[in-house]
Design a protein around this ligand. Structure first.
Ligand code: HEC
Ligand code: HEC
Length: 339
């Protein structure tokens, strides 16, 4: 009898903690589950390998520097032949939490996304799928690894992007101070940070920025109360759907590690978190935040910085005599191809 009562009390206690956590619009980042380690390891090598690019020197890691919160902290990244990209580079950390990829959501998942930069003439120089796989096939180390992971002697482009996507799933940053708070450690954030979180909820930021990623799960209009002024021609979702209702509608960015991923917005126009929060309050919520309120929200946003995984640098497979040497400033993708 006694034991039964204790069990009942414990059950109630568990339920109420669980409810406290789910009542919040933000949930802690879950640990990485179900990773194919061999595939992710192959993907890590491809992520760091400049030989997937026309110039031979631009890898995914060039713009998504994993030692720099997965970004390059530039307004626009520099790509092939020093050309400027036309939209700000988002981080790859936690990108597996995005419901779709890119600011306009044009890629449905990470695998579909990974083909984009390789084929993009500005970003990595526009190698075709065939060139990429032909280059990889000249390197015996890759041939062996693709065989071990996929069980075929051929290398397909889908296998390349599949491996990169598997590696990206490991790029999660759990256990930030705010996650500790969500899990019940009331001392994990201070009074100013807590006040910032209360405001974030009460004035409506969390209507768009919520869930595990604090964003990344819906498209929303940029400029609900006042238009967003920019020279950048991107119109977000409209560029994909060509429907008027989608003009200036963007995927809501995640705010995980946002203190580290400046500058902000798709045009990289806001240098500081203070600027970004001021703009959001004004154009998304029709609200002029006081300096105190702005400071509190910024303090809260800084608690969203998580623990970055320790990433051991991969040693890339050596090229063979048949591996073409890239000429960073000469040639077209086709000229680089084997005769
Ligand atoms: C020259 C810089 C550059 C290189 C190289 C590059 N990217 Fe990106 N990446 C960007 C930019 C810019 C965007 C945003 C493009 C857009 O939304 O239209 C982006 C978007 C992404 C996204 C979507 C994130 C989100 O929140 O929507 C992922 C994932 C990503 N890149 C992974 C990769 C991978 C994998 C590679 C290598 C195969 C790579 N990138 C190479 C600049 C780069
Ligand atoms: C109606 C939906 C909505 C509301 C409400 C909203 N946001 Fe946003 N937020 C967005 C969208 C969409 C973007 C991306 C804008 C773009 O295209 O650059 C964004 C971008 C941001 C960014 C820049 C992130 C980055 O990586 O570039 C920050 C910071 C931010 N919001 C914070 C806030 C705060 C703080 C509030 C409350 C004051 C708020 N947002 C309210 C939709 C919203």
């Amino acid at each position: 009898m006694k034991i039964r009562i204790i069990t009942a009390v414990l059950l109630v206690a568990c339920v109420s903690t669980a409810r406290a956590a789910t009542d919040e619009p933000i949930q802690p980042i879950q640990l990485v589950k179900e990773i194919n380690l061999a595939k992710a390891d192959l993907g890590k090598q491809l992520f760091f390998d400049g030989r997937l690019s026309r110039s031979g020197i631009l890898s995914c890691a060039t713009c998504h520097n994993l030692a720099q919160a997965g970004v390059d902290n530039l307004q626009y990244s520099v790509g092939d032949r020093w050309k400027l990209d036309d939209i700000n580079t988002p981080t790859v950390y936690n990108s597996s939490l995005n419901f779709v990829q890119f600011w306009d959501g044009r890629a449905s998942d990470l695998q579909a996304q990974a083909g984009g930069p390789i084929g993009n003439p500005v970003e990595m120089g526009g190698f075709t799928h065939v060139i990429v796989t032909d280059v990889l096939k000249t390197m015996p180390g890759y041939v062996t690894e693709f065989n071990e992971v996929y069980g075929t002697n051929d290398i397909s482009f889908d296998e390349v992007t599949g491996a990169i996507a598997e590696f990206e799933k490991t790029l999660k940053t759990p256990n930030g101070r705010f996650d500790h708070w969500l899990r019940g450690d009331k001392n994990a954030i201070d009074a100013q940070e807590l006040a910032g979180y209360q405001l974030f909820k009460s004035i409506g930021c969390s209507a768009c920025h919520n869930g595990e990623g604090v964003g990344g799960n819906s498209f929303q209009k940029l400029g609900v109360f006042a238009p967003y002024k920019t020279n950048n021609p991107a119109e977000g979702r409209y560029d994909v759907t060509k429907k008027d209702k989608d003009r200036m509608t963007f995927k809501v960015p995640m705010l995980r590690n946002v203190a580290l991923t400046y500058p902000y917005f798709h045009d990289g126009a806001a240098r500081t978190l203070h600027d970004a929060v001021e703009t959001m309050g004004r154009i998304q919520l029709g609200r002029k935040l006081t300096p105190k309120e702005n400071g509190e929200i910024v303090a809260f946003l800084k608690t969203l910085t998580g623990e970055f995984p320790s990433i051991v640098l991969p040693q890339l497979p050596a090229g063979s005599d048949a591996t073409p040497l890239s000429q960073p400033f000469a040639g077209t993708p086709e000229a680089h191809h084997f005769q």
